[in-house]
Design a protein around this ligand. Structure first.
Ligand code: SF4
Length: 420
């Protein structure tokens, strides 16, 4: 986290330095293990990586996470263009275009030298169907097997029948990896990994709770940046250790009276994926207006069940069933009622003044219900809201002036509401 001392001035924190090391070491380790003969799996973002801890030598890579990193480092658009030159439409998700652009160009321009070639692809259809088609490009081009986890969409809490159905597919996946890699699987190692993940999520939630303080102890940009290892280091003790440090540090800053936006006048909530190419510019411009984006549905959903912002703890029982139960944690596979319940809880517990719905040109599944959600939030929560246009990873589809004109209109609505 880049903290900002009261009265201004950015401060590099220990958790910020540790995060940079974790990310760099994680990609170096991935390439090293692949070179030394590990069985490499490419997974979609919500495939439970803890399962791979059950094998001696399975390394996993997350193309979506690599795409977000590329966009954050300013090379998202150039990678998108490479995919478009191969005939992939600019209407496809920018994560897919970045990944395809990188993969077929041998990792050139990638901040991590790309990803090592996979032996197996594992996608799922509960975030979106585009993802399945995207991973299938590599099955066709490289002849790599592709395992698809089929997950029912949820309009209410996941049923036991659905949990069993998903867990059964994890068992199929395990058998498939055993067959392809020749490695034996040990469920006890997965149990241990799930415990580490749950410890990490407990600390993550403690860190996010700092947003409830006035002024908030964090900005949403801190949580966007800090979520990276949740995708690439799941199931490790290092992840829990890192978030413990982050939460301690954040609480310490609050106790000392140090806040990221000391003159916080507006506390806003963000709905959608992070605008990776705008983190620094957007955060400074908002802070200058006295605005703190304190939370996001994209980060408060992590570690919770659908429709909730609370931690869903692991009870030590069947780890595959637990992983199946949390399979729909991300916002995309949830119906409107669940999305609204979680948002209403976040608005209430964190004292949110207004909501920024970021209609994401790439992620249709995240964006499709936003107009209905905006309507419910303004009517039922009495909180002003606005819709802006973004793309999470393709900077060409974002207009800063267009977005800020609407955000400033939102601030005026908040002022009018306060004036009664
Ligand atoms: S469209 Fe959305 S859910 Fe699908 S891969 Fe892109 S970002 Fe993920």
């Amino acid at each position: 986290m880049d903290g900002r001392a009261a009265g201004g001035g950015r401060r590099k924190t220990e958790s910020g330095r540790r995060l940079s090391r974790m990310i760099a070491d994680g990609y170096l380790d991935l390439h090293r293990r692949a070179n030394e003969g590990a069985f490499v799996v490419w997974i979609a973002i919500v495939v439970p990586a803890e399962i791979f801890a059950g094998f001696e030598n399975v390394a996993y890579a997350v193309p979506e996470s690599h795409a977000a990193l590329s966009a954050g480092k300013g090379v998202g658009t150039v990678q998108c263009q490479k995919a478009e030159e191969r005939g992939y439409s600019a209407d496809l998700c920018s994560y897919a275009r970045i990944d395809i652009g990188t993969a077929f160009d041998g990792g050139k321009d990638s901040p991590t030298f790309g990803l090592p070639r996979p032996h197996l692809l594992v996608s799922n259809n509960n975030n979106c169907s585009l993802l399945v088609k995207w991973f299938d490009v590599y099955r066709r081009e490289w002849g790599v097997p592709h395992f698809i986890v089929d997950v029912p969409f949820c309009y209410g809490p996941q049923s036991d029948r659905d949990t069993d159905y998903i867990a059964a597919q994890y068992r199929d996946l395990i058998r498939e990896i055993e067959r392809l890699s020749g490695q034996r699987f040990d469920i006890e190692r997965v149990r241990e990994a799930v415990r580490h993940s749950c410890d990490a999520m407990r600390e993550w939630k403690r860190f996010l709770r700092a947003a409830a303080h006035r002024p908030s102890g964090i900005t949403v940009f801190d949580s966007f940046v800090q979520m990276a290892p949740i995708l690439t280091a799941r199931g490790t003790p290092a992840l829990a250790e890192h978030f413990r440090l982050l939460a301690d540090e954040t609480e310490g800053a609050i106790a000392d009276g140090r806040y990221p936006v000391p003159d916080e006048r507006y506390r806003l909530l963000w709905d959608n994926i992070a605008p990776w190419h705008q983190l620094s510019g957007m955060s400074s411009r908002l802070a200058a207006l006295g605005v703190n984006l304190i939370a996001a549905s994209y980060t408060y959903c992590i570690g919770s069940l659908e429709g909730s912002v609370q931690l869903f703890p692991y009870d030590g029982a069947d780890p595959l069933r637990y992983l199946a139960r949390i399979q729909n944690f991300s916002v995309c596979p949830q119906g409107l009622a669940l999305r609204f319940e979680a948002m209403r809880a976040a608005i209430g517990t964190m004292g949110v003044d207004g909501v920024v719905f970021a209609s994401n040109r790439s992620c249709k599944v995240y964006s499709i219900m936003q107009m209905d959600l905006l309507d419910r939030v303004t009517r039922e929560c009495g909180v002003p809201a606005v819709m802006i246009d973004v793309d999470h990873a393709d900077a060409r589809a974002y207009s800063e002036e267009g977005a800020f004109t609407r955000i400033e209109a939102l601030l005026e609505s908040i002022d009018m509401k306060r004036a009664g």
